[in-house]
Design a protein around this ligand. Sequence first.
Ligand SMILES: NC(=O)c1ccc[n+]([C@@H]2O[C@H](COP(=O)([O-])OP(=O)(O)OC[C@H]3O[C@@H](n4cnc5c(N)ncnc54)[C@H](OP(=O)(O)O)[C@@H]3O)[C@@H](O)[C@H]2O)c1
Length: 262
Amino acid sequence: MKKIQKALITGATSGLGLALAKLMSQKGIQLILVGRDQAKLTTVAQELTVKDTILADLSTQIGIDTVAQVIEKEKPDCIINNAGFGHYSVYEETPYSKWNEMISVNLLAPSQLSWQALKTWKNESIRGTLVNVASVLAMIPMPYSAPYSATKSYILSMSEALQMEVKGSGINVLAFCPGQLETPFRTGASSGALPSHERALPIVQTAKALWHQIQTLKPLVVYNWRYQLLVWFVHCLPRQLANKLIAKSIKKELAQVLFHRR
Ligand SMILES: NC(=O)c1ccc[n+]([C@@H]2O[C@H](COP(=O)([O-])OP(=O)(O)OC[C@H]3O[C@@H](n4cnc5c(N)ncnc54)[C@H](OP(=O)(O)O)[C@@H]3O)[C@@H](O)[C@H]2O)c1
């Protein structure tokens, strides 16, 4: 088990990032928390033992560069790329700027910050741990969330490939793929139309599962067992049949958001 001294967490002002920050703070780990909302960052920093907060909007290149520079300077030995958001809608009926924003936060930011982490750790001989928060949807193409699934697939694939590259170096690259969480994510993704899923995973337990993964250095965790079963089932089916079933189940659930509003 590696002892972590200093961790940088993106998206630390809400949901999973915040729950993990609380847990790591209790373990005495120095925290560098990244958020785009100064008021929320200040509230979290007052509650936890935080070394630094970084105000950065990860939908912008300036925001991503700001965090990369902090990684280079502060050399945290654990980096958690957690910030991300979803948007349930019809692809071509949504302004392309929304997808650009999503690609930046969910894909370009973790991609560049992973690069910066590995470069810094290699130069400084640090045995760091990089965690990329993907999603179960990285393994299941989701209609009306097409770019979201695609960004998460990129992150998952990149993390697994990088883990193969760094194996044996003391550096670890982990991917965490949770199912629906009890966070504001779903309400945000549906522009306020949907509450948190009734069987959403409790956030404290999910943060503990992620912490356990960091401790055990398991390269890939799909959380929880229900979603492990789902992924297994989907991958057992011929792809076309699996996609048919996914489309059917999703249409029912999102109909109220996407179609009844028109
Ligand atoms: N919730 C789920 O069902 C679910 C399932 C699978 C995977 N995930 C993934 O888990 C991660 C955490 O999500 P969550 O459920 O904890 O959602 P959440 O509660 O909405 O938290 C998302 C975090 O990302 C931050 N963020 C969003 N856009 C940003 C931007 N432009 N710049 C900087 N930070 C930004 C948010 O900041 P603000 O507080 O300022 O909004 C917030 O701190 C995400 O990567 C998500 O894709 C979530």
